[in-house]
Design a protein around this ligand. Structure first.
Ligand SMILES: [Zn+2]
Length: 321
């Protein structure tokens, strides 16, 4: 049932819709959550990215939307595990019960090679090539390392959506190159105060590294620990911010930033932050996200995050080249 493509539209989080509207769609997304939900969200988001309206929605009428509906879009590629794509395999056909090959249930290295080749040879011109990889945590370590190469230097027009029920199964280096998205189940949306929320989150993330007194950050923490969604969204945004700092420090390229709209803030923070401190800060956020998924008080999770970031703030100051 899960492999039947449901056309039922998923709610595209406002953050992703905005990315389409602003032309700031990132090249790699990691969608974590129950399979049915991530699958329909990945489909909907891919359709919105390709839809000629470019307003974050799916019009259903343009050429791209019709191609997608008819399952003939030349711009979307689905990568599934062996048992689910075995009807495409040719010889070992549906004999009722399938003789399970040993890599059944896994994404094979060969499939990843195909993904890479396709991403590099974007012969279709200006449009994006979107690859959706299901159960990405089943990619072998070798496959993940190959994939990492294209995520690090994304070819023009490439966009990847990795789906997983458990992102811990992916290399940290892969996770850090992707924007994390969790489908908000049952139509529950993230609190959408839109840009205002993002702006405040970025300011707080920058403030934590810049030595703003804890007492001032306290009321920000209070604000962000209002609901779990909000707390999670804040921790994820802060993490993106710190990763952008690292990326910017390494490459100097603004086009690779996840929070491109905040390039000036990122540039400024990158000048006064050491790489080691930024890495520690990103890790503190990741721990906070894990804590928020698992436990107790949201305020505690965010406070620990803040303490960790402040603690490491002075470490290796200025070791950026
Ligand atoms: Zn459309």
């Amino acid at each position: 049932m899960s492999s039947k493509r449901k056309t039922q539209a998923a709610v595209i989080p406002e953050r992703l819709q905005r990315a389409v509207r602003n032309g700031s769609v990132f090249h790699a997304y990691l969608m974590e959550g129950p399979r049915g939900e991530t699958a329909s969200l990945a489909q909907a988001f891919a359709a919105a990215v390709l839809c000629s309206r470019q307003d974050g929605s799916v019009c259903g009428n343009c050429v791209s939307c019709r191609q997608i509906r008819d399952g003939v879009s030349p711009y979307i590629f689905q990568v599934r595990t062996l048992e689910e794509s075995d009807e495409d395999l040719g010889e070992e056909k549906k004999t009722g019960k399938k003789a399970k090959p040993k890599d059944s249930g896994k994404i094979r290295d060969k499939q990843i090679e195909d993904v890479i080749e396709r991403s590099r040879g974007n012969a279709l011109g200006s449009s994006r090539i979107i690859t959706i990889i299901e159960q990405a945590d089943t990619i072998t370590p070798r496959g993940q390392n190959r994939l990492l190469k294209v995520l690090e230097e994304p070819p023009e027009g490439m966009m990847m959506i990795l789906m997983t029920e458990n992102s811990e199964g992916l290399l940290e280096t892969i996770r850090s190159r992707c924007q994390l998205v969790r489908p908000a189940g049952n139509g529950e949306e993230l609190p959408d105060e839109g840009n205002a929320f993002l702006k405040r989150a970025v300011a707080a993330a920058a403030g934590m590294l810049a030595g703003v007194p804890a007492a001032d950050l306290w009321k920000e923490i209070e604000y962000f620990s209002d609901t779990r969604e909000k707390a999670m969204h804040f921790a994820e945004t802060a993490q993106l911010f710190y990763r952008d700092l690292i990326l910017y420090g390494e490459t100097g390229r603004e086009d690779l930033l996840a929070l491109r709209a905040y390039a000036p803030e990122i540039r400024e923070a990158a000048e006064s932050t050491g790489r080691a401190a930024a890495i520690q800060a990103a890790e503190a956020c990741e721990r906070a996200v894990r804590d928020l998924k698992a436990i107790v008080s949201m305020k505690h999770a965010l406070r620990y995050m803040m303490f960790d970031i402040q603690l490491y703030r002075g470490v290796n100051r200025g070791d950026n080249k």
